[in-house]
Design a protein around this ligand. Structure first.
Ligand code: SF4
Length: 788
């Protein structure tokens, strides 16, 4: 493949079509973000930043003469302490009027990947899509048309539109979480809590003696929450960061504990083994709230039941139903019941933990026994909290780390108590409400549901096999919306050489010329968050996006585009409103009590609706000790994972482990991280940001660099059997030995050669198919480095 830079790609496209806005216009968009300056500016619009950084900041955009002059944080009703905006959100207007935008519908005229396009009209584009959809559906069946969306725009209607269109045409839609490498966290949480999320309010960390931030760099990735961690630290909470990298979050912590990638499960198991062996576990909490006292049959590993009741052993050694009034259940016990040998799940767990000695844990994690003991001692200061990040779950058995670390918190009795908790994502109750208490009204309700036709819903992780092997059926036409799929998905060379060539037609709808656009047959310009109507339900606030700028070039909203194609396919009845009207009808039509008093006109004027049942106080998950698991308890024992030996939390090495067969050839563990100037690919190349962080560099420890005669700033080649890339070396003790890291999201034009996603792989894990869906193991790769 000949090398194309972003500039040559855009210029190649411009050879056939002219772009309106050039860089001097971009520079003219530079603005001041200070509030006094903002006050002197023109009309102010409230909006919400819907890139996928999880903060969803509410912003005031000050518009004058048709351009955004400044962006400032807006004040949130009920939460004056929670006014946020970061450099990325404030810089987005610079990308809005930039050479990065797609201006017209563009049809490929060269080879896929060559980057040659010509301008066509919207009518021509809609007719062509209609024809190609019909062709694929006639040839391979209705499901052969796939709609793939990632998190480029998390506003509700932009996000739901591809799903609704897939239903409209009875095509296929895909779950994005697994292929985005985010699904292990959800699976791990689901196993123990019975739900994928369950947030502990960050403000509550003021009440924690110790806060362990585990595999999470929130200072860079969840910026809006960082203040609460600092407040806690200033209030005396000891903040400990566990991470292979000395991240920005580690820099503000009291202690950084570098851990070998993939060692998180091992560390939690080792800590639990030590705590239980010293009889320091919270027996009362475990007995009352966990599956610990429930009996498990030796014969098949399933819970013992009397009818539909789970069973325990009472203080006289008798087997009774767990809900027997006044029963004093034994936490650790073994009995025979009707000829069946049974043990409590805690007894099984206690036994299984014996193998995870401190010595073993130190070897598996690369953390010394003394540091592990000190960590245990800090964590046993009651109450203590753990906040987990997605970093730890980007491994082959991705369900294990979250499940095991949450179990550590349960063993210490910290779940559902103030100052405790073990959760991921979320933050304050406004960011990730507590299920059952303050559930978003709209994000989870199915606008995508047409009420008529339906789509085939498949796991995104299956998309490669569906396209290249028709397994389990053929995807022949792919529409990629709001996603730089090629840049963010595993094993780029496999995608380019085996997957994309099997597709008859590829549509890519996005505001920007992405890496993925180069391989599309038709590129459609969509509006962005400053140009269209949409909403985001960030409970307790429903936030509005409304057009404050004219659509760039001939851009259209997702709703407008899908409506036009649906009409041509004879399905216009499912797409018969304007964007504004869809949102109005949707909100006004809600019967949810939270929406009492909703008025559309006022909503548009104020840019926000505060739901009537909104809570602004600190609300933590599981305070009622109710869990949606099959036992109704915190479940560290999983029946469904018995067939694969994962019924209890268990350590498994990385798929690509330095101690395994590949380690001799490729001794370095290759991980990625999210840097503070970019959310995935969305801020790459924005001039104001690019001036700070110009290119991706490979973080490498001085020990590993010296072995390879690599000096800071040298060009280095990172490679394995799947691919390679060339970048400059950043020699630093901020990354532990034997591990190298690169910031994720950077696009190929910022690499001297290759791309970091050529080093990754997509390997289906049969264990995780029993949990739910395999997760892309983004940080489970071995590589070698040489001077380029
Ligand atoms: S990118 Fe910045 S402004 Fe946008 S939601 Fe995230 S923290 Fe807020």
């Amino acid at each position: 493949m000949s090398k194309l830079t972003r500039r040559t790609f855009i210029k190649g496209s411009m050879a056939v079509a002219t772009y309106g806005m050039l860089s001097e216009n971009v520079m003219a968009q530079m603005y001041s973000a200070s509030s006094p300056e903002a006050d002197r500016l023109g009309k102010t619009f409230r909006t919400v930043c819907t890139v996928n950084c999880t903060s969803r900041c509410n912003l005031n955009c000050h518009v004058q003469d048709g351009s955004i002059q400044s962006v400032t944080p807006s004040v949130l009703p009920g939460r004056p302490d929670y006014s946020n905006a970061c450099l990325r959100g404030m810089a987005l207007p610079l990308r809005t009027v930039s050479e990065e935008r797609v201006k017209y519908p563009m049809l490929r005229v060269g080879e896929r990947g060559e980057g040659k396009f010509k301008r066509i009209s919207w009518d021509e584009a809609f007719d062509l899509i209609t024809e190609k959809i019909k062709e694929s559906q006639e040839r391979y069946g209705k499901q052969s048309v796939g709609l793939f969306v990632m998190t480029g725009n998390l506003a509700k209607f932009a996000w739901d539109s591809p799903f609704r269109f897939a239903r409209t045409i009875e095509g296929t839609s895909f779950t994005p979480e697994g292929i985005m490498s985010d699904h292990g966290a959800s699976m791990g949480m689901d196993l123990v809590y019975g739900q994928k999320r369950g947030s502990h309010d960050s403000r509550d960390y003021m009440n924690s003696k110790t806060l362990i931030v585990w595999g999470r760099n929130l200072v860079d990735t969840h910026t809006s929450e960082a203040r609460f961690y600092l407040n806690a630290k200033q209030n005396g909470t000891k903040v400990i960061v566990i991470d292979p990298r000395f991240s920005s979050t580690a820099a503000i912590a009291d202690q950084w504990i570098p851990i070998k990638p993939g060692g998180d499960t091992a560390l939690a198991l080792g800590m639990m083994s030590y705590i239980i062996s010293k009889d320091l576990h919270d027996k009362e909490w475990l007995t009352q709230n966990s599956c610990g006292p429930l009996l498990v049959k030796k014969s098949d590993g399933q819970y013992l039941k009397m009818g539909d009741k789970f069973c325990v052993v009472d203080e006289k050694g008798k087997v009774v139903a767990s809900d027997t009034p006044g029963v004093k259940a034994q936490l650790s016990s073994s009995v025979s019941y009707q000829g069946e040998k049974c043990s409590t799940s805690f007894a099984l767990f206690q036994d299984s933990l014996k193998q995870y000695t401190l010595k073993w844990t130190a070897e598996a994690t690369n953390i010394s026994e003394d540091v592990i003991k000190e960590l245990i001692s800090d964590y046993l200061q009651s109450p203590s909290a753990i906040r987990m990040g997605q970093g730890m779950q980007r491994v082959y058995n991705s369900h294990s780390p979250f499940r095991t670390v949450a179990t550590l918190a349960a063993v210490c009795g910290y779940i559902g108590v103030n100052g405790g908790g073990a959760s991921h994502a979320g933050g304050t109750s406004g960011v990730n409400p507590i299920p059952g208490i303050n559930v978003p009204v709209f994000n989870s309700s199915p606008w995508a549901d047409t009420g008529g036709t339906d789509a085939s819903k498949m796991h995104g992780i299956q998309i490669y096999d569906m396209i290249s092997k028709a397994d389990p059926y053929q995807i022949d036409f792919l529409w990629i919306a709001s996603s730089n799929f090629l840049n963010q998905s595993p094993d780029t060379n496999r995608v380019i050489n085996e997957v994309l060539p099997k597709l008859s037609f590829i549509v890519h709808s996005d505001p920007y010329w992405t890496y993925t656009a180069k391989y599309a047959d038709l590129v459609l310009p969509t509006t962005n968050m400053f140009e269209n109507w949409d909403i985001f339900d960030k409970t307790p606030w429903i936030m509005l996006q409304q057009p404050m700028l004219k659509p760039y070039g001939e851009s259209k909203s997702d709703i407008q585009i899908f409506s036009a194609v649906a009409e041509r396919l004879g399905k216009g009845k499912y797409w018969n409103r304007t964007d504004e009207d869809w949102i109005r009808v949707y909100l006004e039509g809600s019967k949810h009590p939270a929406m009492a008093g909703f008025n559309w006109k006022k909503f548009v004027e104020e840019g926000m609706f505060v739901r009537k049942d909104g809570r602004f106080d600190i609300v933590n998950a599981f305070m009622d000790q109710k869990y949606k698991t099959q036992t109704g308890r915190f479940e560290f024992y999983s029946e469904r994972l018995k067939p694969v030996g994962h019924e209890l939390p268990v350590y498994t090495p990385m798929l690509e482990d330095p101690k395994g067969p590949l380690g001799k050839k490729y001794p370095l563990m290759f991980i990625q991280y999210h840097d503070r100037t970019n959310v995935h690919t969305q801020h790459i190349g924005i001039p104001a940001i690019n001036g700070i962080f110009k290119e991706p560099m490979l973080e490498i420890n001085p020990v590993d660099a010296a072995k390879r005669n690599i000096k800071h700033g040298d060009n280095v080649k990172i490679y394995n059997d799947r691919g390679h890339c060339v970048v400059k070396a950043f020699v630093t003790e901020g990354i532990m030995p034997n591990v190298v890291a690169i910031p994720q999201g950077w696009t190929p034009e910022f690499f001297s050669d290759g791309h970091y996603q050529t080093l990754t792989h997509l390997t289906i894990n049969p264990v995780e198919t029993l949990v739910d869906e395999t997760n892309f193991a983004a940080y489970d790769n071995l590589v070698e480095i040489v001077k380029a």
